[in-house]
Design a protein around this ligand. Structure first.
Ligand code: 5GP
Ligand code: ZN
Length: 113
């Protein structure tokens, strides 16, 4: 856990987000500023800054993707959904605990902005 990290505080339940699902390695909660009818953030419980760091921990990376798939099914996103992870300033990363945005429930344009 990183002391100053908001998402670590969510995992520790020091602050309670709107929890959607949890596994041994991963945690899912609703984004506070949703960009689609379903907008869930799926994160590793381990504090890593981004997807590149997450790749150093394959079991955690697999756990995040598995939980994302579980949430997508539970949300009924049968016709499609998108997983996005932003890395660095140019991509708009604002929280430096790795998170995957799970977006669905509406048509999603491509390419993203
Ligand atoms: P990023 O811009 O780093 O890719 O995504 C960060 C996401 O975290 C944003 O979509 C933002 O709305 C979300 N977020 C920021 N603060 C909070 C919070 O306190 N609670 C929740 N649930 N989401 C947050
Ligand atoms: Zn963290």
């Amino acid at each position: 856990m990183s002391a100053d990290c908001l998402f670590c505080k969510f995992v520790a339940r020091e602050i309670e987000p709107q929890v959607v699902a949890e596994s041994e390695t991963a945690f899912a909660f609703r984004d506070i500023n949703p960009q689609a009818p379903t907008h869930v953030l799926v994160i590793p419980k381990r504090h890593v800054a981004n997807a590149a760091e997450l790749a150093q921990h394959p079991a955690d990376a697999a756990g995040v993707l598995a939980l994302a798939a579980q949430v997508a099914e539970a949300e009924g996103l049968d016709t499609g959904y998108r997983l996005v992870t932003n890395t660095g300033a140019d991509a708009g990363q604002t929280v430096f605990h790795c998170h995957i945005h799970l977006l669905g429930g509406r048509g999603l344009a491509w390419p993203p902005g």
